[in-house]
Write a protein of this length. Structure first.
Length: 178
């Protein structure tokens, strides 16, 4: 299978089925995207606080910050003047502007950034405590650390499997092959 075919097979099919759904279902779906965020965000923020505190207390330095995951405001393609809006009426135009500002400038980038930041911290924790390779660990390369908790003890390093001992994601002494 070539890369082009693989990319296509990994896509989610949504656009071709959207208008096949009843209108009531599509309208009801809109507020459903906010429920998980309203419910989960406070807990994710608390979790991020404790995981970050754990990492700092175990000696972590140079951790990325939440703001490292937030896209620059200027990087958004549309501005308030150029954003796409429905021009049917002044009310419709205002609602589109509000929807755009809230969703495209706040909700989407900030919630995705928070989830990505939380994932980053959890990956650092896993790499620190569990430097044991599995088929998805290669995806953790953006959360790489200098040494795992196993690599700081010479007697433990000897016990590790070669793939675990010599992984550049959690052992900075190994040359990266990429």
């Amino acid at each position: 299978m070539n890369n082009k075919t693989q990319i296509i097979k990994e896509r989610v099919d949504i656009g071709k089925f959207y208008f096949k759904r009843p209108l009531w279902q599509r309208l009801l779906a809109v507020p459903l995207i906010y429920v998980p965020i309203i419910v989960a965000i406070p807990f994710i923020i608390i979790g991020v606080f404790f995981v970050r505190m754990h990492l700092k207390m175990t000696g972590a330095e140079n951790l990325k910050k939440f703001t490292d995951f937030v896209p620059a405001w200027i990087s958004h393609r549309y501005t308030s003047k150029t954003q796409i809006t429905g021009k049917k009426s002044k009310i419709s135009h205002f609602l589109w502007k509000y929807f755009w500002i809230f969703n495209c400038k706040m909700y989407c980038p900030l919630s995705v950034a928070l989830l990505r930041y939380s994932l980053y911290l959890v990956q650092v924790v896993e790499i620190w405590w569990c430097p044991f390779n599995h088929d998805k660990k290669r995806l953790y390369k953006d959360s790489a650390i200098d040494k795992s908790s196993w690599h700081i003890y010479p007697n433990f390093v000897k016990l590790l499997h070669e793939d675990d001992r010599d992984n550049p994601i959690w052992n900075e002494d190994v040359k990266q092959n990429s």
